[in-house]
Ligand binder design. Structure first.
Ligand code: SAM
Length: 383
């Protein structure tokens, strides 16, 4: 698949689930923290531009998402244009902010700025976009940024530069890429950009143990042309991308569930299952919501789906058996327990849950009724 198509598809999918969350994955994952993050990031953007860009400037926001930062610049500059690879993001940006004068939003191919004339902007800025892109796309964009900037124009962008480079699969559109100093400087040099400043952003990534930075670069020379790697990329999610996307979706669903927003949590969990149908967490979380609503059959359906997808997962069969029992389907419960037993589980907690369930099930048709023990097995074993 062409990497531009994959970027569009991936970000459209993310935007459809929750565009606010995907542009700014705040800890609270809610409207208030989304708005707060926009104000904070716009302030930081403007601080770095003081004395460099005047109110007459034309400004381009590269990878603008739903206009979280773009809209905050209205009235400060003559014109602000947001561009993004995702039509879903741009539709939402227009819906939210479209009527503001001096502001417009456009989609692009994901690797060029073909709709914009040479030397037509005083400033290009980009926040939380370039680190997610494969390096050949970043190179192509740097060339394009140079082209659309007037001589001496500014490129202020968020980036990750560290002692150790960190790359990801060439089709990964989500994980953060870290550039080492040499590669970072070579990238800017080849794009005719001189680095004039670098300031740390007040956030430390717990995995990378690194802070992102704002880079201030100035157009000082023409850029060497760069093209995308023509090799097609894997269309599906790369393993690293799947893991991160799944984790972020699960986090969002947990936040919704904690706030009692069940209707919001369910489509997020559905998306997590689509991202990785073999992992159990999203099924379990969704089934818990269904059970809370008394919908045992809904929960059973989820565990049926999980056990079909991951027949080697003991909890898939155990929870299928439990929800079948709760749905008054003892035959199905017994069949699921038999599949659980066949897996040779040794985990004592799971075995205890299975034993308790088995004991509570009515006898199978044609079998003599079992004598129900009043006292559980544990004290008996102690003797
Ligand atoms: C994490 S969001 C940040 C959005 C926005 N800059 C903000 O800070 O609110 C990343 C954005 O980059 C966009 N994007 C991803 N790849 C892109 C590409 N190749 N070209 C343009 N936009 C891209 C996505 O659609 C998404 O809106």
């Amino acid at each position: 698949m062409d990497i531009r198509e994959k970027m569009r598809r991936d970000w459209d999918r993310r935007a459809r689930v929750d565009s606010r969350y995907w542009v700014s994955a705040t800890e609270d994952a809610d409207e208030a923290s989304y708005l707060e993050s926009g104000q904070r990031d716009v302030e930081a953007l403007l601080q770095g531009l003081e004395g460099r860009i005047g109110p007459e400037a034309r400004v381009l926001d590269l990878g603008c998402g739903i206009g979280r930062m773009t809209a905050g610049l209205v009235g400060r500059f003559a014109e602000v244009v947001g561009v993004d690879v995702s039509p879903e993001m741009i539709d939402e940006a227009r819906r939210l902010h479209g009527a503001a004068p001096g502001l417009r939003f456009e989609t692009n191919s994901g690797a060029d700025l073909a709709d914009f004339a040479d030397a037509s902007f005083d400033l290009v800025f980009s926040y939380s976009v370039l680190p997610h892109l494969p390096p050949d796309v970043v190179h192509a964009y740097f060339h394009e940024v140079n082209r659309v900037l007037r001589p001496g124009g500014w490129f202020r962008y968020q980036f990750w530069v560290g002692p150790t480079a960190r790359d990801h699969a060439d089709n990964d559109t989500l994980n953060i890429r870290v550039y080492d100093e040499d590669t970072f400087h070579a990238l800017n040099r080849a794009a005719g950009l001189a680095i004039e400043g670098r300031s740390a952003i007040d956030y430390t990534d717990p995995v990378l143990n690194l802070k992102p930075v704002w880079i201030d670069a100035r157009k000082v020379a023409p850029a060497a042309p760069r093209t995308l790697d023509p090799a097609p990329r894997e269309a599906g999610l790369s393993p690293g991308e799947r893991e991160l996307e799944y984790g972020l979706l699960l986090y969002l669903a947990v936040k919704h569930t904690e706030r009692g927003e069940r209707a919001e949590a369910e489509p997020v969990l559905e998306q997590a299952i689509a991202a990785d149908p073999e992992r159990p967490e999203a099924y379990v979380q969704w089934a818990a919501i269904r059970l809370e609503q008394g919908d045992t059959v809904g929960a059973l359906r989820l565990f049926e789906a999980l056990s079909e997808r991951s027949p080697d997962q003991p909890i898939a069969w155990l929870y299928r058996a439990k929800t079948a029992d709760a749905s008054d389907r003892p035959e199905d419960a017994r069949a699921a327990l038999a599949r659980f037993d066949a897996l040779g589980v040794t985990d004592p907690l799971l075995l205890a849950e299975a034993a308790e369930l088995r004991e509570g099930l009515p006898p199978a048709p044609g079998r003599p009724p079992r004598v129900r023990r009043r006292v559980r097995t544990r004290p008996a074993r102690k003797r």
